[in-house]
Design a protein around this ligand. Structure first.
Ligand code: ATP
Ligand code: MG
Length: 350
């Protein structure tokens, strides 16, 4: 066999295996589509997308499925290989469970509160794909494939609207409960920051968090635009780290810092005007995401001072080590400026 044939043979085997998986889990893969498919007679694989993330490789496999009762339907499976499979499965299950609880809270909330026009425009259903099957031998899990969804990153709306979606999706994940953060869980973060941040500012932000009531059951922990999938009627969160009892502003700081990192990496060759970037974040991104977040659930009583500068700055500093030196230097400097100068909370107080 030449190389081409070997490849073909390999591909044929993969397709064969995927087909049998789709047939095996046919009742689950169409669960959210709520179709009664009956027997699946054939599956034709249309597209396999590969994503290489920090935690392992993900294959998004899309297929045309011939069914006895619903005719031809689009479906597929997501095959996720994970270095730490147990943690990955637990996080995915916890995320799905949390969002189904949050969906119930939301139904309740809506019956007691008048939603603003802005919020009414967003999809009402928020959920996470289910873990369909775990294959420990190859350290992989199969997730329900969400047909007809795009990542918020690739969603074809303006960047203003993307921030709006992000704020709404995060508020819905965090919920309306008022509780303190478990401050002890932030000790490792404060310890890491001691090498870059002046002790007085560590103490300052520590006290702000001590007084805060912004704690949630779980933060997402990897909340960026490619981990939110959207469709006209529904929004799904995926790929969470699910960190318990932390502060809701942690996730908002993370999503902002993620976007700032992408922006800096893209423009590093042209030179970065840090003050201009701080202004864009503070005067454009933050109001867009916060306005929607706050109109979803009221957070006006939770903070004496919003710790968003702190979390945004911390994530920029901590994640700097993932980048090459010239980018890392900018990230650290920017992170320090948010933590010291507090441009976000200054503008919110003004
Ligand atoms: N259930 C799903 N349905 C449809 N598409 C999905 C689904 N899960 C993931 N995807 C697509 O695959 C991409 C990568 O998936 P995921 O975020 O789970 O892994 P990753 O980011 O590569 O890994 P990690 O973040 O753990 O390092 C997503 O951004 C999305 O485009
Ligand atoms: Mg991801």
């Amino acid at each position: 066999m030449d190389t081409f044939d070997v490849e073909n043979e390999k591909q044929r085997k993969i397709h064969e295996r995927v087909r049998s998986l789709i047939i095996q889990f046919s009742d689950k893969i169409t669960k959210h589509v709520q179709l009664n498919t009956g027997r699946i007679s054939d599956t034709r694989i249309q597209k396999i997308e590969t994503h290489s993330g920090a935690g392992g490789k993900t294959y998004v496999i899309q297929a045309r499925i011939s069914t006895a009762l619903a005719g031809e339907v689009d479906g597929g499976i997501v095959l996720k290989f994970a270095k730490d499979l147990d943690a990955e499965v637990e996080n995915a299950n916890n995320l799905a469970r949390l969002l189904s609880l949050r969906q119930k809270d939301w139904e309740q909330w809506k019956s007691n509160h008048e939603l603003s026009k802005r919020i009414k425009k967003f999809p009402d259903i928020l959920f996470a794909p289910e873990v369909i099957h775990v294959i420990p031998e190859v350290k992989a899990m199969i997730l329900e494939f969400l047909s007809g969804f795009t990542t918020l990153f690739h969603f074809s709306v303006s960047s203003e609207q993307k921030w709006g979606y992000a704020g709404y999706s995060l508020a819905r994940l965090h919920g309306s409960k008022i509780q303190a953060t478990n401050l002890k869980l932030y000790n490792p973060l404060f310890n890491l920051l001691r090498s870059t941040i002046d002790e007085r500012f560590i103490d300052y932000w520590y006290q702000i968090l001590e007084q805060s009531k912004g704690g949630v059951d779980f933060i997402h922990g990897d909340s960026h635009l490619s981990n939110i999938l959207v469709s006209p009627m529904r929004i799904a969160w995926i790929d969470a780290i699910m960190l318990p009892k932390l502060d809701r502003m942690d996730d908002i700081g993370y999503i902002l810092s993620h976007m700032a990192q992408e922006n800096i990496a893209k423009n590093i060759g042209y030179g970065i005007d840090e003050t201009k970037l701080i202004n864009t974040i503070t005067r454009s991104w933050v109001p867009l995401i916060l306005t929607t977040y706050k109109s979803t659930y009221d957070i006006s009583q939770l903070y004496t001072r919003l710790p968003l500068d702190f979390f945004l700055g911390s994530h920029l500093i901590i994640r700097a080590e993932l980048w090459e030196k010239n980018i890392a230097d900018v990230l650290i400097k920017l992170g320090q400026r948010f933590i010291y100068e507090m441009p976000i909370s200054n503008i919110l107080l003004s």
